[in-house]
Write a protein that binds this ligand. Structure first.
Ligand code: NAD
Ligand code: ZN
Length: 346
């Protein structure tokens, strides 16, 4: 079968022929319906260095946002998993024997340092291929919902959902403001989740006009970039600042804009891995405000994301690419030309 393989650090992936995998004990073989191209993949193959933060050793097939139909099951897989039925994949893989894994938060596995890979498509072969094997308990049924548009939910849905859920105490009650910076794959769904879960006014920004237009269509008030941006955001909050900010870029200038826009007691979540830094001292941040980071989400979060999708409250906007065009999806993602999420449909 064909697959998009990350072969070497700091090297663009290749579309190559690989062996179709066999499901091991407890695993399921999926025929891939959709595999989303996440900007984190660009960090994986372009930016990360061997042995450095985030690095997963090549070679492996990319694709950590996957949906598909069960083709075959390995030994010991629950009979509740139905051959032929469509499922969404929960990507992170922890040890399954620690308290974080037991709570469904395999992203924060206490034994992660001892494991051979982080996730499906991160250290272990992912879904940018015709078939992928995944742990059998990592599947969430999609029923009659479109499995291709569902693929981005695995990360571009789950990651903002987790970050927003942790910030909900800051957005309860009337007159609250949320800020979303970076309106690509994650940010657009982030706006939809904020509208679905909170009554907050959502202020959104991106460098691209079309990204801001789509956020407006999803119910956000948008602000252009450039000089005085933080002041304009603050004006929209009648001077108070935002109660929660989500930075889906994570570069130093975006973290600075978010930090300068915060209300007293607000929560700034850095989700983008733009590797920016933030200076903190007694007088630089509003009193009792929080700066934090979040990574992906829990399996129970993902069940809730799928519920929102099936209820029509999350509508991922996807650009579909055939296997032949898979590398083009990454080229366009790097060039900032993708609208919503690029999904490879093998
Ligand atoms: P994307 O390429 O689809 O979207 C990025 C958006 O940010 C684009 O619309 C771009 O125009 C905009 N942008 C870039 N620089 C900007 C700036 N200075 N100001 C305003 N807007 C700017 O990327 P994505 O797949 O949505 O991923 C977003 C980020 O989140 C990436 O850094 C990715 O690696 C990271 N990520 C983190 C996690 C996590 O668990 N923390 C999970 C997935 C992705
Ligand atoms: Zn664990």
């Amino acid at each position: 079968m064909r697959a998009v393989v990350f072969e070497e650090f700091q090297t663009f992936p290749s579309l190559t022929e690989v062996e179709t995998p066999e499901p091991g004990p407890g695993e399921v073989l999926l025929r891939v319906a959709g595999a989303g191209a996440c900007h984190s993949d660009v960090s994986v193959y372009r930016v990360f260095e061997k042995g450095g933060p985030g690095a997963q050793n090549p070679p492996f097939t990319l694709g950590h946002e996957n949906s598909g139909w069960v083709e075959r099951v390995g030994t010991g897989v629950s009979e509740r998993i139905k051959v032929g039925a469509p499922y969404l994949v929960y990507g992170p893989i922890g040890c399954q024997h620690c308290r974080k894994c037991a709570s469904g938060l395999e992203t924060y596995c206490e034994n992660a340092a001892t494991l051979p890979y982080l996730a499906v498509g991160l250290g272990r072969d992912g879904g940018m291929a015709e078939y992928v094997t995944v742990p059998g308990h990592h599947l969430i049924p999609l029923g009659d919902a479109d499995p291709v548009a569902a693929a981005p939910l695995s990360d571009a849905g789950l990651t903002p959902y987790h970050a927003i859920k942790k910030a909900l105490p800051h957005l309860e009650g009337g007159g609250k403001y949320a800020l979303v910076i970076g309106l690509g794959g994650l940010g657009q769904i982030g706006v939809q989740i904020l509208k679905a879960l909170t009554g907050a006014t959502v202020i959104a920004t991106d460098l691209k006009d079309d990204a801001r237009d789509r956020a407006e269509a999803n119910g956000a008030v948008t602000v252009a970039g450039g000089e005085g941006q933080a002041e304009r955001i603050r004006e929209l909050t009648r001077g108070r600042g935002v109660d929660a900010a989500f930075d889906f870029v994570g570069a130093s200038p975006t973290i600075a804009t978010a930090a300068a826009s915060m209300a007293q007691g607000g929560r700034l979540s850095v989700v983008g891995i733009g590797t920016g830094t933030h200076e903190f001292s007694f007088f630089t941040n509003p009193y009792e405000s929080y700066v934090t980071n979040t990574y992906w989400g829990s399996v129970s979060d993902l069940w809730e994301v799928v519920d929102l999708y099936r209820a029509g409250q999350i509508r991922p906007e996807v650009e579909r690419y055939s296997m032949d065009e898979a590398l083009e999806a990454y080229r366009r993602l790097e060039a900032g030309e993708v609208t919503g999420r690029a999904v490879v449909v093998p």
